[in-house]
Design a protein around this ligand. Structure first.
Ligand SMILES: Cc1cc2nc3c(=O)[nH]c(=O)nc-3n(C[C@H](O)[C@H](O)[C@H](O)COP(=O)(O)OP(=O)(O)OC[C@H]3O[C@@H](n4cnc5c(N)ncnc54)[C@H](O)[C@@H]3O)c2cc1C
Ligand code: SF4
Length: 332
C-alpha cells in the first residue's frame, strides 16, 4: 500500500505548529512517530493535505522530575519512557504499560503523545480501502449504518491504547495548546467516549498535546499494568488493566484503589463502583472477588474485534482478581 499525496511540514517550535494548524484548519494531521498515522493514511482512513511533523520540536521531548511530579513531553518515545529512571522508580505502572506496547522496534519510534491520541479501533474500519469497499461505508467512515450494531449514526469503535489507563490511574494532567489558547485538564477528560470522535483533538483539529504531568503517588502506593491479547509478541490489548492500590501499613485497610481499563469501550473505562468495594476494607479473597464481579458489570464492550463481549467481561473479572490478589499480597 502506498501513501496518498500530502505536503510535509517540519516546524521547529510549538508556536509554529499551532499557527500552521490554525492556517490550514481541518486539513492537517500531526505526525509524531508515525506508527499509527501512516497506517491510517495508507488505508485511506486519513487523507490530510498537510502533515505536520513534531520531529524538530525538541522542547516536546523531555522527561524530568519537578517538585512532586514527573513531567513528560509527548514526543518522548515509549522506549525512553520504559528506560527513564524516575518513571521506573516512581511510576512503575507507566513503565510497564509502555513496555507492553507493540514490539521493541516499534517502541523506538512510537511516542507517548501519539499513544494517548490514538484513534479508536474496529474490525470493520481498521482495514484497507479495498477491504472496506466490499460493503457500504460505515458511519465512522462517512456512511450511515454501523456494521457492528446495524443502527444508524452510532459508532462504538473501541479505545485500545495501553498508556492512557496507566496515566488516568495515576491522575495525570495534560496540556493542550491551540490558537491563542492554552489549557490543562485531567487526562480522563480528554476522551469523549464517542467512537467516531474519540478525543478533544479529533473534535477540534487545531490543538496540539504539549505536556503530560503526573503527580508522584503517595508512599506505599503499588501499581501494575496487565494486558490480555491474542498474540503475546505484538498486539493491541483485547483488555488492558491499570490497577493501583495503597494499603495502610498499620491496620492493613485499603486507602486507595483504582482500576482503569482499555479495550472495553470507546474511551478508557474507570470502574468506580469496583474501587468502592475495596476502599476502606482489609482485602481478602471474598472482597476482591466482589470487586471483580462489580468491575465486570461496569464495562460494556461491543463486538468491534474478534472477541465476544461476554468473554471480555470474564477476562475483566479474572484480571481484577489476579491484579488485586497480587498487589494486596492476599493468599489464595
Ligand atoms: C504493528 C503495530 C502494533 C501496535 N501495537 C500497539 C499496542 O500494543 N498498544 C498500543 O497502545 N498501540 C499500539 N500500536 C499503535 C501505535 O504504534 C502506538 O500507539 C504509538 O504509541 C503511537 O505513537 P506515534 O508517535 O507513532 O503516533 P503517530 O502515528 O505519529 O500519531 C498517532 C495519532 O496521534 C496524533 N498525535 C501524535 N502526537 C500528537 C501531539 N503531540 N499532539 C496532537 N496530536 C498528536 C496524530 O495526529 C495521530 O492522530 C501499534 C501499531 C502498530 C503498527
Ligand atoms: S463501530 Fe460501527 S461505525 Fe464505528 S467503526 Fe465500527 S462499524 Fe464503523
Amino acid at each position: 500500500m502506498h501513501l496518498p499525496k500530502f505536503e510535509y511540514l517540519e516546524p521547529g517550535e510549538t508556536s509554529e505548529v499551532v499557527s500552521i494548524l490554525g492556517k490550514y484548519r481541518g486539513q492537517c494531521s500531526i505526525i509524531a512517530g508515525g506508527t499509527d498515522l501512516l497506517v491510517a493514511m495508507k488505508q485511506r482512513r486519513q487523507t490530510p493535505k498537510y502533515v505536520i511533523s513534531l520531529a524538530k520540536v525538541s522542547e516536546l521531548k523531555q522527561i524530568r522530575e519537578e517538585a512532586g511530579m514527573i513531567s513528560i513531553g509527548p514526543l518522548a518515545t515509549l522506549e525512553e519512557v520504559v528506560a527513564s529512571g524516575p518513571i521506573q522508580k516512581k511510576l512503575p505502572v507507566l513503565a510497564q504499560a509502555a513496555w507492553e506496547v507493540g514490539s521493541p522496534l516499534l517502541r523506538t519510534v512510537a511516542t507517548i503523545g501519539g499513544n494517548l491520541c490514538l484513534d479508536t479501533r474496529c474490525r470493520f474500519y481498521n482495514q484497507s480501502e479495498f477491504w472496506r469497499g466490499a460493503r457500504p461505508d460505515c458511519f465512522k467512515a462517512g456512511g450511515v449504518i454501523c456494521h457492528v450494531t446495524n443502527k444508524e449514526n452510532t459508532c462504538y469503535s473501541t479505545f485500545s491504547g495501553d498508556i492512557a489507563p496507566a496515566l488516568i490511574a495515576l491522575n495525570a494532567q495534560i496540556q493542550l495548546i491551540g490558537d491563542g489558547d492554552e489549557r490543562w485538564l485531567p487526562l480522563a477528560r480528554f476522551y469523549t467516549g464517542v467512537g467516531r470522535i474519540p478525543n478533544l483533538l479529533a473534535a477540534g483539529d487545531n490543538e496540539v498535546l504539549t505536556e503530560i504531568k503526573v503527580p508522584l503517588p503517595a508512599d506505599g502506593t503499588k501499581g501494575l499494568y496487565r494486558k490480555y491479547r491474542f498474540r503475546e509478541s505484538i498486539d493491541f490489548p483485547l483488555v488492558g488493566l491499570a490497577a493501583i492500590l495503597r494499603v495502610d501499613p498499620d491496620d492493613g485497610i485499603c486507602q486507595e484503589a483504582c482500576l482503569v481499563f482499555s479495550g472495553v469501550g470507546s474511551r478508557p473505562v474507570q470502574a468506580a463502583e469496583a474501587e468502592n468495594k475495596l476502599i476502606g476494607k482489609r482485602l481478602n479473597e471474598d472482597i476482591i472477588a466482589a470487586a471483580a464481579e462489580t468491575a465486570a458489570g461496569e464495562v460494556h464492550p461491543v463486538k468491534t474485534d474478534r472477541v465476544n463481549p461476554q468473554f471480555k467481561k470474564k477476562i475483566v473479572k479474572a484480571m481484577v482478581r489476579e491484579a488485586f490478589t497480587e498487589l494486596g499480597g492476599v493468599k489464595s
